[in-house]
Design a protein around this ligand. Structure first.
Ligand code: NAD
Length: 343
């Protein structure tokens, strides 16, 4: 079986080669992203393997289907880049629902500690033998309130980490009607979470409902000096509103592993280019903003699990016609498919 693998990075290949070879799957590695201009590269392949910033919209799905490509194997959990409604009945969509919630949750805490203890500044200062402590004052996490939005696999691990630091945790998840206490977690309304949290961390998926959930109105409700953490999806945060709130000193710090308009920038070396995105450039220039380029998932354990599950998904679908990690629209929304046969 032959799979066209898009947006390949050097760290992808060893694990995919190993798991693929064991199952008789050959990956053809393309550096380019999958989109309307590159979709014809998939001609002659059984499936495509894509990541978070590939474009799997209606024209791409139609073309893949016409080329006889049977499935899109996402090597990630999020699927906001796939037009699930359009894919229904045309092409199978598989994903890796969980590979290492620890990778993302631990990166979130790493960003938070780096920011509030000024580690990013200290690293640069001491490299230059500047041992001054001016401007380095941070604050204790112990006793602070963290508001976690989205209490799934990653949110839960992040909550455990925060509890280890002696923080108070408030949570909001659309699954749980609030106020409620569940599994030692205190669920509150979104408004309460905004107004009572010192730190807000986003761990819900990007959907129509969650698009720009951190906007001007939400930020207005927050405490002065609130710290915003986003390791989920960029468009959960209205970047312009965040920038304004940083300028007005409403937001004390922001740690972003994802950015609304990241798809043409992240994962690539743009250091020799003029950055066209003024909002991102301004955010990065702020002393209290830390940006990492969608790297929260990137641990050895996660890469192993991603390759293993992606290959298992492909084997399961091609051998049995079914896959427990198939996403589909058969129940009125994109979700892991539980039906016997969708199409
Ligand atoms: P999950 O499905 O286990 O949990 C998501 C939770 O969000 C669920 O409990 C769900 O009920 C909740 N939710 C859904 N809609 C909501 C809403 N409108 N308001 C509040 N809560 C809502 O997913 P997960 O594995 O914990 O991953 C969470 C997100 O992290 C993914 O959707 C993905 O976007 C992101 N992610 C980022 C990286 C990275 O490298 N930065 C890696 C993996 C995942």
């Amino acid at each position: 079986m032959k799979i066209a693998f898009f947006v390949t990075k050097p760290y992808d290949r060893p694990s995919f080669d190993r798991y693929g070879e064991a199952q008789g799957i050959t990956f053809k590695y393309f550096e380019t992203k999958l989109n309307e201009d590159t979709v014809d590269l998939a001609q002659g392949y059984d499936g495509v393997c894509v990541f978070v910033n590939d474009t799997v919209n209606a024209p791409v799905i139609d073309r893949l289907s016409r080329l006889g490509v049977r499935f899109v194997a996402l090597r990630c959990a999020g699927f906001n880049n796939v037009d699930m409604k359009h894919a229904y009945g045309k092409i199978h969509v598989l994903r890796v629902p969980a590979y290492s919630p620890y990778a993302v949750a631990e990166h979130t805490m790493a960003l938070l500690l780096t920011s509030i203890r000024r580690i990013h500044k200290a690293y640069i200062r001491t490299k230059d033998f500047n041992f001054s402590l001016s401007g380095m004052t941070g604050f204790d996490l112990h006793g602070k309130t963290v508001g976690v939005i989205g209490v799934g696999r990653i949110g839960r691990v992040f909550i455990d980490i925060c509890k280890g630091f002696g923080m108070k945790v408030l949570a909001y998840d659309r699954r749980v009607s609030s106020p409620a206490e569940e599994g030692g977690i205190r669920y509150v309304t979104l408004n309460q979470l905004f107004s009572e949290s010192d730190i807000i961390s986003l761990h819900c998926p990007l959907t129509e409902e969650t698009y720009h959930m951190i906007d001007e109105k939400a930020l207005d409700q927050c405490k002065d000096g609130v710290v915003i953490l986003n390791t989920s999806r960029g468009a959960l945060v209205d970047a312009e509103a965040l920038l304004s709130a940083i300028k007005s000193r409403k937001v004390g710090a922001a740690c972003l592993d994802v950015y609304e308009e990241e798809s043409d920038l992240f994962f690539e070396d743009n250091s020799g280019h003029i950055l066209e995105d003024d909002t991102l450039a301004r955010l990065i220039s702020m002393p209290n903003v830390i940006v990492t380029s969608h790297q929260a998932f990137l641990t050895e354990e996660a890469l192993e699990n991603i390759a293993e599950t992606t290959v298992q998904n492909i084997v399961s679908l091609t051998k049995t016609g079914q896959c427990p990690n198939e996403l589909c629209y058969c129940r009125g929304g994109a979700q892991d498919c539980k039906s016997e046969k969708c199409f």
